[in-house]
Design a binder for this molecule. Structure first.
Ligand code: C5P
Length: 227
């Protein structure tokens, strides 16, 4: 079983979330989807009628949002207050607003504090956790013994995003999917607070030519060497 934290960062469309969940299950570890937490706050901002680009209003509102996430890799849950919002947080209007909301320092401060508490609690109870995000290796868990940064070509990321979308019953063309993924990655990697980037000691892993299962095998080996 895994001991400690595996930090799994990288842009969207790399297969990161699927890899993180399967890796956690294979290692008997917990799983934390930090992107889901930013998505829950974004959904709440949109429902409240706040402009996601109004960082002052977003910062003032963020403290009122009750974000709940599960840590079982077989059943990742996302809640807003008592409501299950697992599906709503994947909607395209959330995709379009989440980078602006997650660039607000007050939002990050609140969520990073919550993430560290969840990680500490899972480490006490289960012993190991795979944490999926953009700033896990750099900010949330800088002492993680294994940090991985997944990449893939833009074409492959767009294709994976469109496959996920059509599985969920949404219809974006490959071009729209690429534009949506690219826009989000540009915003995430150029924001001032905790931009998405590999930690200095991260293993950068290009998944363009690999299947999900091949990535999991490679990462399980790394985790057993370092965990
Ligand atoms: O991982 P996912 O695509 O669900 O993340 C949604 C968005 O949440 C990202 O595009 C990014 O803006 C934000 N995010 C972040 N830091 C994290 C995880 C996600 O800023 N650790």
């Amino acid at each position: 079983a895994l001991h400690g934290v595996v930090a799994l960062d990288g842009p969207s469309g790399t297969g990161k979330t699927t890899v993180a969940r399967k890796l956690a299950a294979a290692l008997g570890a917990g799983y934390l989807d930090t992107g889901a937490m930013y998505r829950v706050v974004t959904l709440a901002v949109l429902r409240e009628g706040i402009d996601p680009d109004d960082s002052v209003a977003v910062a003032a509102f963020a403290g009122h949002v009750e974000v709940g996430v599960g840590t079982d890799p077989a059943r990742p849950r996302a809640r807003l207050g008592g409501e299950d919002v697992g599906e709503q947080i994947r909607a395209e209007r959330v995709n379009g607003a989440v980078s602006a909301v997650s660039a607000v320092p007050a939002v990050r401060e609140l969520l990073v504090t919550g993430q560290r508490e969840i990680i500490a609690s899972v480490l006490r109870s289960v012993g190991g956790i795979v944490v999926d995000g953009r700033d896990i290796g750099t900010v949330v868990a800088p002492d993680a013994p294994l940090k991985v940064y997944l990449t893939a070509s833009a074409e492959v990321r767009a294709a994976r995003r469109s496959a996920q979308d059509s599985a969920a019953g949404r219809t974006l063309t490959a071009e729209q999917a690429l534009a949506s993924v690219d826009r989000r990655d540009t915003l995430d990697s150029t924001r001032k607070t905790s931009p998405m980037r590999p930690a200095e000691d991260a293993v950068v892993f290009d998944t363009t030519e690999l299947t999900i299962d091949q990535v999991i095998v490679a990462l399980s080996e790394l985790a057993s060497q370092r965990g």
